[in-house]
Design a protein around this ligand. Structure first.
Ligand code: NI
Length: 159
């Protein structure tokens, strides 16, 4: 929605409804033109999950301020690691996922979530295939400080 003042500022320039990105640039609005975007639509997590099969390779499906919403398929044991600077949210969508912590394990069923506090060592494990949604800041590396072969490439191709 264009506030009336911004429409007035377009003046005799291009039709405000056409909403060229250059007009937005002139106004210093750092976001894409509404008219240039797809109509509003939901992000269907099941559909997104149907588009890939890799395990332990989170895919970005949406962004929220400086955070990203990701979906991931997991199976077997991950690697013990720590994120020194951020908490990490796991919400199980399908299957069962256990978050191993040094103080005990947290078992998650579909519809259940757990937030691993920053600096707390953890290691997800799933006996069978499980699907989960993650919420974490942009730039988080899935293996944290551990690195290694399970470190995923950043992938926002599903966004
Ligand atoms: Ni983690």
């Amino acid at each position: 929605m264009h506030p009336a003042t911004t429409i007035a500022e377009h003046g005799a320039g291009p039709d405000p409804e056409a909403c060229p990105s250059s007009a937005h640039d002139r106004l210093g609005v750092d976001r894409p033109c509404q008219n240039a975007q797809m109509p509003p639509h939901p992000v269907d997590l099941a559909e997104k999950l149907s588009l890939f099969s890799e395990r332990w390779s989170p895919k970005v499906v949406a962004r929220l301020n400086d955070y990203e919403i990701k979906v991931v398929k997991v199976e077997g044991e991950f690697v013990w690691h720590t994120h020194a600077d951020t908490d990490e949210l796991f919400l199980v969508i399908d299957g069962e996922l256990t978050i191993q912590l040094r103080d005990g394990n947290v078992h998650l069923r579909p519809g259940q979530l757990f937030v691993v506090p920053r600096g707390i060592e953890h290691c997800p494990i799933a006996k069978g295939e499980a699907h989960a949604m993650l919420i974490e800041p942009v730039g988080v590396v899935n293996t944290g400080d551990a690195g290694g072969s399970l470190t995923a490439t950043y992938d926002d191709s599903l966004k």
